[in-house]
Design a protein around this ligand. Structure first.
Ligand code: PEP
Ligand code: MN
Length: 337
């Protein structure tokens, strides 16, 4: 249930509502909007009639049930869009943020040269995998701690905040010391132990959509983070499994737009994993921008043919510069067929 306070409700009236929500057996999550404060009562074991009765309390405008199962993620509990700061870079403020870098951190030279290039071309954040979720146990698994140290060094050298994937609860503290945003990969979207743990840190989380997850399941995964206390969540559509085999995944831009409609969280697109093909990255990035994405995350490598993971979908430096130029072009040139 949402308890919407009146515009000029006093702190005392708001506190009274919070206390009553807790007494009724729910958690109280407070959002202070520009105009009014909203108290979201979440939980399933409380006494609902006591919440309904709060309509008569001083300072309360209305008490309404939240239609969606993802209570805190839903637009109903927060009408204004959330803006997430990643090392000072804002995601969701109306700008189109580009996160770029290698699929995996492979060496100092590979990471530093890529970071300098993507920064010069306009990327605001650097990506790079230290722990890699690979389908085969024989494939490159990432450099682990060594990669984390390189990420920390490159951030210091370039000033680019870094995003890296966390696969296990055991690695959370160490990664928090080295990175600015933790990526939950597609395969871990419903790793509930990991989500619960990440809910307890204040580090921003990039939550990728699982390859076979519905929008509702994706938003409920985000709900774990918000319900546990971490509001710094950015969603990422990275393609889902369909019957199509010519592309690695099917980048589901309709669901990206829907996620932005149903929730207040920023949403990015990952056209690299979403297509698996370098030639499709610029057109799908432009399409993502057109449907309202708050930015993209793309893979870039100094020499994609030598990449230890995801070479086929990685842009080289010239390809990345060309992507950045294309994002400045009008979405469709006049007279284009
Ligand atoms: C990645 O970002 O390199 C990655 C493994 O992504 P996903 O979890 O979307 O497959
Ligand atoms: Mn990858």
């Amino acid at each position: 249930m949402i308890i919407a306070m009146r515009e000029h409700a006093t702190d005392k009236e708001i506190q009274h509502v919070i206390d009553r929500v807790k007494e009724a057996g729910y958690q109280a999550h407070v959002t202070c909007g520009e105009e009014r404060t909203i108290v979201a009562a979440v939980g399933s074991h409380g006494r609902r009639h006591e919440l309904e009765a709060l309509a008569a309390a001083h300072g309360v405008a209305e008490v309404v049930p939240v239609a969606q199962p993802f209570k805190l993620v839903s637009r109903q509990s927060k009408a204004q869009r959330s803006v997430v700061s990643v090392g000072g870079v804002l995601i969701g403020d109306g700008s189109f943020v580009v996160i770029a870098g290698p699929c995996s951190v492979e060496s100092r030279e590979q990471l530093f040269s890529t970071a300098l290039e993507v920064k010069a071309a306009g990327a605001k954040l650097l990506r790079g995998g230290a722990y890699k979720p690979r389908t085969s146990p024989y494939d490159f698994q990432g450099l682990g701690v060594e990669a984390l140290r390189l990420l920390r060094d490159v951030r210091q050298e370039t000033g680019l905040p870094v995003v890296t994937e966390v696969m296990s609860t055991e690695d959370v503290d160490l990664i928090c010391e080295h990175a600015d945003m933790l990526q939950v990969g597609a395969r871990n979207m419903q790793n509930f132990a990991l989500l619960r743990r990440l809910a307890t840190v204040q580090m921003p989380v990039l939550l990728k959509r699982g390859p076979a997850a519905s929008v509702k399941e994706w938003l409920l995964a985000a709900e774990y983070l918000l319900a546990g206390g971490n509001r710094n969540v950015v969603l990422c559509e990275r393609g889902i499994k369909t019957f199509e085999t010519e592309t690695r995944n099917t980048l589901d831009l309709a669901s990206l737009a829907l996620a932005r409609e149903l929730s207040h969280l920023p949403v990015l697109a990952d056209p690299s994993h979403g297509t698996g093909r370098r030639s499709l990255i610029a057109p799908m990035s432009r399409a993502a921008s057109a449907v309202g994405a708050d930015g993209i995350i793309v893979e870039v490598h100094p020499c994609p043919e030598r990449a230890l993971s995801d070479g086929a979908q990685s842009l080289d430096f010239e390809g990345f510069r060309s992507l950045m130029r294309s994002l400045r072009d009008p979405l469709r040139a006049v007279g284009e067929a």
